[in-house]
Design a protein around this ligand. Structure first.
Ligand SMILES: *[C@@H]1O[C@H](CO)[C@@H](O)[C@H](O)[C@H]1NC(C)=O
Ligand SMILES: *[C@@H]1O[C@H](CO)[C@@H](O)[C@H](O)[C@H]1NC(C)=O
Ligand SMILES: *[C@@H]1O[C@H](CO)[C@@H](O)[C@H](O)[C@H]1NC(C)=O
Length: 351
């Protein structure tokens, strides 16, 4: 919900000045309202995916991950905020594109631009292609408009927004349908379709892991001359492909609670220890969240009783037994030593 407010707030701040000038700007405002519900739903979708992707990381995409744009003090531009920008922009583009294909929106429809043309051996373009260009254009209008600054931070955010939009395109798939006598598949028609949003999340999580820190020519930046510093920013960007996420600042220590940064720390977080179906990343969650943060793993058992071994008796009763099941959870908790919990920490990177 916080994020819904965040986006609603953005529209208000960005477009309030336009209200009440001319009819022209009023219709501009109405155009914004047309897509507002889709944009909100898309941003929410992005944040939910963020929570899924980071469920077993020290930083787990907390609600305050997006700061209000006019909040006092510098907004951080860490590896994690680069992901938040990319995934929420991707979510907005994705939802708008889906809306378009489903016919939810009046002034847009499928991408039929190539229909009827030969796509390759034995297939033609046809069907309802997802209209990503529309989603891209509208998401740009909404999301990029927030970045009004001309500094490196705004440039980084814009770059990561664009990388999120590229991720939506990069994960698209060609799907085909067979035609011809009795499914002979002599001719196929194909169209481009969005992947599941989960795939976009997976794709961007890898980009997060590989994110690059932007390096500037500090001397040119300090010269104080705005042309020079813009030049330095442009040069720094030219070294990085558009599909890659970038950040400016190293991440804080996500192990530790830090109220002024809005960080909860990993104490009290659940981790996963056993289970055949766990991924390698999940299996190491206790090490990552507890041990490497100077915490111990506490086992918490809770018992639940449910009916089981039910037998049906003719006619018509069912007798069940009560079975109690112990559910074991593992939670990071503070060591009980008198030395405090910071003494035995190992060296780690921002995971
Ligand atoms: C677009 O799709 C989202 C999510 O499916 C939905 O919540 C929203 O209402 C849709 N927008 C319109 C205008 O139908
Ligand atoms: C919180 O983080 C800031 C910035 O990294 C740091 O200066 C401060 O000492 C931290 N506070 C605590 C209580 O660790
Ligand atoms: C199972 O538990 C319920 C309530 O906890 C109890 O009323 C019932 O008698 C129990 N049944 C058996 C077979 O023990």
């Amino acid at each position: 919900m916080i994020n819904s407010f965040f986006w609603a707030f953005i529209f208000f701040v960005q477009h309030k000045p336009l209200l009440g000038h001319t009819c022209d700007t009023l219709s501009h405002w109405q155009a914004y309202l047309t897509y507002a519900t889709s944009v909100l739903a898309g941003a929410q979708n992005g944040i939910e995916e963020c929570k899924y992707q980071f469920a077993w990381d020290r930083w787990n995409c907390p609600e305050n991950a997006l700061h209000l744009p006019n909040q006092r003090g510098p907004r951080s531009a860490t590896r994690e905020t680069s992901f938040v920008h990319a995934i929420s922009t991707a979510g907005i583009m994705y939802t708008l594109t889906r809306n378009c294909s489903l016919g939810d929106l009046d002034n847009c429809g499928c991408d039929n631009s190539r229909n009827g043309k030969i796509g390759g051996r034995g297939w033609l373009w046809g069907g309802c292609g997802d209209n990503v260009d529309f989603g891209e254009r509208i998401s740009k209008q909404y999301v990029d408009a927030v970045e009004t600054g001309h500094d490196a931070r705004a440039a980084v955010n814009l770059h990561n927004n664009a990388a999120g939009r590229l991720a939506v395109k990069a994960t698209m798939k060609r799907v085909c349908r067979c035609h011809g006598m009795s499914e002979s598949c002599a001719v196929q028609t194909c169209w481009m379709q969005l992947s599941d949003f989960r795939e976009i999340g997976n794709y961007l999580k890898v980009k997060h892991d590989q994110a690059q820190k932007l390096q500037f020519d500090r001397r040119r930046m300090r010269a104080g001359n705005s042309a020079d510093s813009r030049g330095a920013i442009a040069d720094a960007f030219s070294a990085i492909p558009r599909s890659e996420l970038i950040y400016l600042e190293d991440s804080p220590d996500y192990c530790a609670r830090n109220a002024s940064l809005g960080l909860h720390g990993t104490e009290g977080r659940e981790c996963l220890q056993h289970g055949d179906s766990l991924s390698q990343w999940e299996k190491r969650s206790c090490r990552r969240l507890c041990h490497e943060c100077g915490l111990r793993v506490e086992e918490r058992r809770t018992e639940t009783v449910s009916s089981c071994n039910c037998r049906f008796h003719w006619c018509c009763t069912v007798n069940c037994e009560n079975c109690s099941q112990v559910i074991v959870k593992h939670v990071c908790s503070r060591k009980q030593s008198s030395h405090g919990h910071h003494t035995r920490r190992r060296v780690r990177g921002p995971k």
